[in-house]
Ligand binder design. Structure first.
Ligand code: SAM
Length: 247
């Protein structure tokens, strides 16, 4: 089976010019050369996050980079029809990695690191770099050719503001805030007025959303949603919502 690798630079899409030689550098080349120990003549599948994948053959292996010749391009859409963005208060350590990996596999369109009143983990540059690496690794494994988009962190103050709700990009969006004692997700998704909408889901930190945060969300048109009788960890709640919504 051909190895599937990510190119950080856009790959040539003009098929009339094929075969085209491209150079792979950095972490992906290092892995191919020193871990997989690939040889010239071996097949490779490349993707660059643009929605297509490319059949290539390794033509030259050097110490730090390698050359591959692209000979075919296919648009393979493995995205979910229902688009979901998840604004999640970051869990700590390994749970963060697990959360992003599963959201990529389940087909989430966007992840927004959320800073809530009771947040513990910081949504800084280090977290963004770690999450980016997980997005690429998980996409290689699950066959996604479009990368989960990692948004800039937002605070609950911004997310639950009337200005955010009124922004044109948030029109045609069902905005749900996960909080106990509310209609279930199945009930909300079944309502006729919610058919065909994008979903934006907010999931709180281990200490939950404060009363003020919930009140601000409801005032800005968010709908409270219950995920059942048991209290789920932040990452379980996010994954559950994503799994129910995506195809
Ligand atoms: N003690 C916190 C509370 O009472 O809100 C529990 C927080 S829970 C560990 C973390 C987040 O997951 C919550 O803020 C909520 O967004 C979501 N969540 C977990 N279980 C849920 C449920 N059964 N219904 C709705 N949301 C839930």
């Amino acid at each position: 089976m051909a190895y599937r690798y990510f190119s950080t630079v856009p790959l040539p899409s003009d098929e009339t010019a094929y075969p085209v030689a491209v150079t792979l550098e950095g972490d992906e080349a290092h892995h191919l050369i020193h871990v997989m120990r690939v040889k010239e003549g071996e097949p490779l599948i490349l993707f660059d996050g643009s929605g297509a994948e490319f059949d290539a053959e390794i033509t030259q292996v050097r110490k730090k980079d390698l050359t591959a010749e692209i000979h075919a391009r296919r648009v393979e859409d493995r995205e979910s029809e229902t688009k979901i963005s998840l604004a999640v208060a970051l869990p700590k350590g390994d749970r963060q990695r697990w959360l992003i990996e599963k959201l990529v596999e389940l087909g989430a369109a966007e992840f927004i690191p959320l800073t809530a009143e009771r947040s513990v983990a910081k949504a800084g540059d280090a977290a963004a770099q770690r999450m980016n690496r997980v997005v690429v690794e998980a996409s290689k494994q699950c066959g996604r050719n479009t990368l989960l988009s990692l948004a800039e962190p937002v605070t609950t103050k911004m997310l639950f503001s009337p200005e955010f709700a009124a922004a044109p990009e948030n029109a045609q969006t069902l905005k749900i805030i996960a909080h106990p004692n509310a209609p279930t997700l199945a009930e909300l998704l079944a309502r006729p007025e919610n058919q065909g909408l994008k979903i934006l889901a907010a999931i709180g930190p281990e200490g939950g959303f404060s009363d003020a945060e919930v009140a601000a969300a409801l005032e800005s048109g968010w709908e409270k949603v219950s995920l059942g009788k048991r209290i789920l960890r932040t990452e379980t709640a996010a994954i559950m919502i994503c799994a129910v919504v995506t195809d």
